[in-house]
Structures are given as C-alpha cells and as structure tokens.
Ligand binder design. Structure first.
Ligand code: SAM
Length: 228
C-alpha cells in the first residue's frame, strides 16, 4: 500500500538561485521533489515518516483493532495518525503519545508534553494508559547537531530509553518498534532486545532516505521474565 501511493515519475522542481543560501535551496528542492512529502500532503499526514510506519506494519503486522499503543517522540503527529487509523481510534483502542515538542490535537490521541528522559514519565504514561500496552513505537530522534557520532550516540540513548519504557509498559506478547541511527552500541541494544522478545528484526523502509543511517528495530512477542 505505502509504495503504491508514491509517484516517482514527476518532473524535478528547481528553486531559483540567489533567493536562498545553497543549503536551504538544496533542502527546499529535496522537500519539493520528495514523493513522500507530496504523498503526505495529499493524504493528510503530518509527516513523511508516516509512510515508514505504514511499510513497517505491512511487513510485520504490528497493529490490530482495539490495541493500546504508546507513541514515543510523536511530533508533529504522523505516526499517531497512522496508529490511530490502524487501531480504529477513537472508537476502539487507545493511543498515548509523548514528545518534548507540542503536537496539535489528534482525535482519540492522549498527548503528554514531556521527555523520555524524565524519571516520572513512565508513571505518567501508565496513568494515562490505565492498562498494559500492546505496542510501543518510537521514532524519537535527537535534534541534529551535524556531528555524526554525537547524533548517533544520542539516537542510541533514545532507543535504549524507548526499550526501557517498552519493558515497563508492554503486556505479554506485545511488540516494540524503534528508530536507531546505526553505529556503536547497536549490537548491545539488539542483545538487550533479544533478552526481552522472542524475535528481533532490523528493517529499513523504502520511505527512509537512502543517505540516512537510520534503521528500525522491531521486537516481536515480548516475553520478559519479570512479567507480572
Ligand atoms: C522524527 S521526529 C518524529 C516524527 C513523528 N513520528 C511523526 O511521524 O510525526 C522525532 C521526534 O523525537 C522527539 N524527541 C527527541 N528527544 C525526545 C525526548 N527526550 N523525549 C521525547 N521525544 C523526543 C523530537 O522532539 C521529535 O519530534
């Protein structure tokens, strides 16, 4: 479904020289020519990332109607919109989303403006969720510093915190999906996931830019020994 929506055969848009700096012209040209940006606009999604989650779901069937879902790093809301559709919200299921940035309200989505680094955040999510979660999704990403290894280290920390959150919030056989900028620490993170899920997958959706080192780690069938 995701790729059928995308039309790659468009004529490339060029931005006039002189009006902007070289880097902002390149950024604007990339946006204007990006089929996922165009599709997101047409389909009413707030982010091109929405198509990454759609592709992940096509491959691993993470969503089911009526699920309780936690969306970590949800601004501007594309993944929450997709999750909402897949679980049948607002009539069925529940979504709790968090971000350090504000998110315009989405019907049926409970938004918490907070950081995954905040010690109280899990308690707050638990209160809003009022049950264990079926699925934890994290598209959290650090604000890009432009320094490759700094950004990678920060991405790893966010992924580790997302996994900690999943361990505390998931019900038995629940699933986890999180973004990671590949590099140092990836294998340790995967090892930690193996201790908590019966199957681990690594997936790079077509919608993920080829020049980005991001990957999505997916944990299926949560089976942590300490499950109550
Ligand atoms: C790529 S964006 C998420 C896009 C979103 N999935 C969508 O489809 O609209 C990454 C998000 O992670 C958030 N983020 C970064 N650090 C965070 C933290 N410590 N706690 C919660 N969210 C964080 C950022 O504010 C940003 O909105």
């Amino acid at each position: 479904m995701a790729n059928n929506l995308i039309n790659n055969s468009r004529v490339k848009v060029k931005v006039k020289k002189g009006a902007k700096s070289v880097s902002s012209r390149r950024w604007l040209e990339r946006q204007l020519n990006d089929p996922y940006v165009i599709a997101a606009k047409n389909d009413g999604y707030r982010s091109r990332s929405a198509y990454k989650l759609i592709e992940i779901n096509e491959k691993y069937n993470l969503f089911k109607k009526g699920q309780a879902v936690v969306d970590l790093g949800s601004a501007p809301g594309g993944w929450s919109q997709v999750a909402s559709k897949f679980i049948g919200s607002p009539n069925k299921g529940k979504i709790v989303s968090i971000d350090i940035q504000d998110v315009e309200p989405i019907e049926g989505v409970i938004f918490i403006n907070g950081s995954i680094m905040d010690e109280e955040i899990i308690t707050v999510i638990k209160q809003k969720l009022a049950s264990k979660a079926d699925l934890i999704i994290s598209d959290m990403a650090p604000h890009a510093s432009g320094h490759k290894s700094t950004d990678q280290t920060r991405s790893l920390l966010l992924a580790e915190l997302a996994l900690d959150a999943a361990i505390q919030l998931l019900k038995e056989n629940g699933a986890f999906c999180c973004k990671l900028i590949r590099g140092k620490g990836e294998e340790d993170l995967v090892k930690n996931m193996r201790a908590n899920f019966s199957e681990i997958k690594r997936f790079k959706p077509t919608a993920s830019r080829k020049d980005s080192a991001e990957i999505f780690l997916i944990g299926l069938n949560f089976n942590n020994q300490d499950l109550a």
